[in-house]
Design a protein around this ligand. Sequence first.
Ligand code: PLP
Length: 387
Amino acid sequence: MFVSDKVKNLPAYVFSEFQQKKKELEAKGVNVIDLGIGAPDLPTPDFLYRKLMEEAKYPHNHKYSTYSGSLEFREAVANFYQRQYNVSLEPEKEVLTLIGTKEGIANLLQAVINPGDKVLVPDPGYPVYRTGVHLAGGESISFPLDEKNGYVPMFEKVKIADAKQAKLMFLNYPSNPTTATIELNTFGKAVSYAKKYSIAVASDLAYDLVTFDGYHAPSVLEVPGAKDYAVEFGSLSKSFNMAGWRIGYVVGNQEIIRALATLKSNIDTSQFLAIQKAAAAALQSDLSTVAENNRIYQKRLEKLHAALNQIGIATDKPKGTFFLWAKVPDGFTSMEFANQLLQEAGIMVTPGTAFGQRGEGYIRIALTVTVERLEEVIRRLKLMKFE
Ligand SMILES: *Cc1c(COP(=O)(O)O)cnc(C)c1O
C-alpha cells in the first residue's frame, strides 16, 4: 500500500538471495567460504585510522561540511589527478565529494536524465547503473561486452536510433565483474563516439589503484577534450579498504558536476569532516599501503588462477580488480553452477547473470579471503566432479 511502483519494480537483488542460502547452510553447520562479496577483507591502513581518531577530537570537525565537500579534500583529489594522470582539475568546479561512488552514480542519473531518456550501460556490468537508470525513470540500453575482444565496448552493436537518443553512457575499467583492463585508446574511442552522438560519459574508476604487474589504469580525462563530455568516479573503498567510511568523488565536466552538486545539496550535506580529512591524507600518501594490498591480492590471484585452470575452469589472469571472472564448465548455467558450488562445496560465488544477460556462462569470484582459505577452496573444488 505504501510502496512506490519504482521500488516494487526493482529487480530482485541476487546477492541477498545467496546470503539467505548461506545462512541456511551455516545453520546446518556448513563452513561456508564466501567469495561472493565485492568488499575488501583487509584492514584500513593504520595511518588513516589514526588520522580519523585525531581529527574526530576537534569540535570544528563535527559541524556540517560545505555541501560540495571540504575544499581540502577536493584539493587533495585534484593533486592526486595531477600526479597520477597528469590531468589538471579546478577543485571548486571540477571536483565534488561523494558519500561513496554508489551514491554518486545513483544521484548522477537523477541530476542528468529526464524520464524516458536512454542510457548506455555495459552488459555485463555493475548492477547500480541499471537500477539507477530505472529509479530515475530512464531506459537502459545495453552495449554488449565480449571476452573475444577483451570486453571493450562494442558500440557498433548499438542501434543508431538508440545512440542518437542516448544522453549518458557508463564505462568501468578495471571492470567489475569482467576484470577487464584497457589502454587509453579505448577511452579515446568512447569519447569520439560520445562526441558524435552528444552523449555524456560517466567513467567508474572504483578500481583505479587495484592493479598488478606494473599495469597503470588510465583516466578518461587523459583523452584530449574529454572534459567536454566526461565525468569520472573515484572511490577510497577498494584502494584504501575504506568501504564502510563512505567516501568518494566525481571529477570532470563542470556542467554535470554543478547539476549533481545542486541535486545533492537538497538531499545530503556531504560526509563527516574527519573522514574527508583522513581521505585527503590517503590520496596524498605515497600509496605504499596500496602497493602492499595489491601484493596480497596478487598472491591470492595467482594461487587460485593456477588451480582453477588446472581443474578445468578457464579463467583469465586479471591486471586489475580483486576478482576472477571464470567460465562455468559445459552443461551448467551460471546460476546452476553457483548453486552447486554452494550446496556441494560450501563455496559462495556470484553467478555472472547477476551483472546482466551476457554474464551467462560465467561466475565472479572475489579474492577477499586469506590464502589459507583459498587453499581450502582449492581442496574442496578438487573433490567435485563437473559433469
Ligand atoms: C565497489 C564498487 C563501487 C562502489 O564503491 P563505493 O565508493 O563504496 O560506493 C562502484 N563501482 C564499482 C564497479 C564497484 O565495484
